[in-house]
Write a protein that binds this ligand. Structure first.
Ligand code: FAD
Length: 386
């Protein structure tokens, strides 16, 4: 067992610390939260530094980094701002990892270099209005094959970054239901500007700079070569993207938890009550000690899942556990931070309320923690609860 980072990972952390200090100041994080605008310029800077290409094979122009590097990138970016972490995540995980895992060679050679240069952005259009948890039961968007094209009709909801994406990695029904609920699904890489696509921006509580949308598909024509992987096998393919999504979003929650901890600690040192810094009171110390311990626990589970994934070891249970722990702990850290900062925590000029709003999302997205628990229980040999 070795808890030491490699020299490359230490360099990556140092680069991320310098980058976030220079480019993602607290003022910048506040401004994009308030304006709800996607940080295009920052995205380009991340691409220029090679962040997008880091966790991809050199064969396609990547830097042959691992899931551990991807996790470190998202943790450190998200410590500065969850919206910035998610900005990075949307295109690299939803777009890049989907293409890497199940795109054709042609698709890899076409899309990945454009992702790496920052010229192309992606979103994942999976969830539908009928419900995200029972996605296999609620998925109604259909793609009907018509010669060398598909015609897509349906609706997606809660799709993050779709309004700025060039392509939507879209899960559709292409076949009849088979004996398996997951049968008959495919993944299409759909040009977001295709005629017949309309979007409506939704207003949300947190991570506002990334923007979340409803998408309507009306007779959208998609070339047959936009099929990713194998027709009707979409679900078994996209599950690989979802595993990567879970560990990287666990890292995002760790980043937010760490930010809440550091902000609360600084506040506890300078806020005075009864002629002492509030950090001298045992209840405040207890909060901070618990936060520090829990954030470290979440980090360790997340790094372990990333380490397993980077070695290609089966780890769906460990990944689910990391997502569960990190999202609950990230949110709890923000709640405790709110207690420590009391009145100021509630004010929009301070960052704690943003951590609190941002961290809430990951209790139920990309998968609700109720379902994560059912999945972990099933992996422990108990009957399927759903
Ligand atoms: C801001 C935001 C961004 C998002 N971004 C994206 C995106 O980019 N792409 C995308 O495809 N989706 C996205 N989503 C969707 C997200 O993944 C879903 O919201 C999530 O899967 C939960 O689905 P739901 O909201 O429909 O809740 P529901 O599925 O309606 O669940 C409601 C409640 O019922 C519980 N429940 C349901 N079934 C069971 C069961 N069997 N056992 C126990 N409890 C159960 C759930 O745990 C939950 O508490 C986003 C959502 C939000 C809010």
């Amino acid at each position: 067992m070795d808890f030491e980072f490699s020299e490359e990972q230490k360099m990556l952390i140092s680069t991320l610390e310098k980058f976030t200090q220079k480019e993602c100041s607290p003022e910048f994080a506040r401004s994009i939260d308030e304006s709800e605008e996607f940080p295009h310029e920052l995205y380009r800077k991340m691409a220029d530094l090679g962040f997008m290409s880091l966790p991809f094979p050199s064969k396609y122009g990547g830097m042959s980094g691992t899931v551990i590097d991807e996790v470190l990138l998202i943790e450190y970016l998200s410590k500065a701002s969850a919206a910035i972490g998610l900005t990075y995540f949307l295109s690299t995980c939803f777009g890049g990892k989907s293409i890497e895992f199940f795109g054709t060679e042609e698709q890899k050679n076409y899309y990945l270099p454009k992702l790496f240069s920052g010229d192309m952005m992606f979103s994942l259009a999976l969830t539908e209005p009928g419900g995200g948890t029972d996605i296999l039961g609620s998925l109604k968007t259909v793609a009907v094959k018509d010669g060398d094209r598909y015609i897509v009709n349906g609706q997606k909801t809660f799709i993050t970054g779709a309004h700025v994406a060039d392509y939507l990695v879209t899960v559709v029904k292409t076949g009849k239901d088979t004996d398996k609920k997951s049968g008959g699904m495919s993944v299409l890489m759909i040009d977001a500007k295709s005629p017949g696509i309309t979007m409506r921006r939704l207003h949300k509580l947190g991570i506002r700079a990334t923007g979340t949308n409803e998408i309507f598909f009306t007779d959208v024509i998609v070339p047959a070569q936009s099929l990713m992987g194998v027709e009707n096998r979409g679900w078994s393919q996209v599950v690989n993207t979802l595993n990567n999504e879970r560990v990287t979003l666990a890292a995002l929650s760790v980043g937010v938890g760490q930010a809440a901890l550091e902000t609360a600690l600084e506040y506890a040192k300078v806020r005075v009550a009864f002629s002492k810094p509030i950090g001298a009171f045992q209840s405040i110390q207890n909060y901070l000690a618990e936060m520090a311990t829990e954030v470290e626990m979440a980090r360790l589970l997340t790094y372990k899942a990333a380490w397993l994934q980077s070695r290609g070891i089966k780890c769906a249970k460990e990944t689910a556990m990391a997502k569960l722990a990190a999202s609950e702990i990230g949110f709890k850290a923000a709640v405790k931070g709110m207690r420590i900062m009391a009145g100021y925590g509630y004010m929009m000029e301070y960052d704690m309320q943003r951590y609190f709003r941002d961290a809430e999302l990951f209790l139920f997205a990309p998968i609700t923690n109720e379902m994560v628990k059912s999945f972990v229980a099933m992996e422990m040999g108990l009957p399927r609860a759903y």
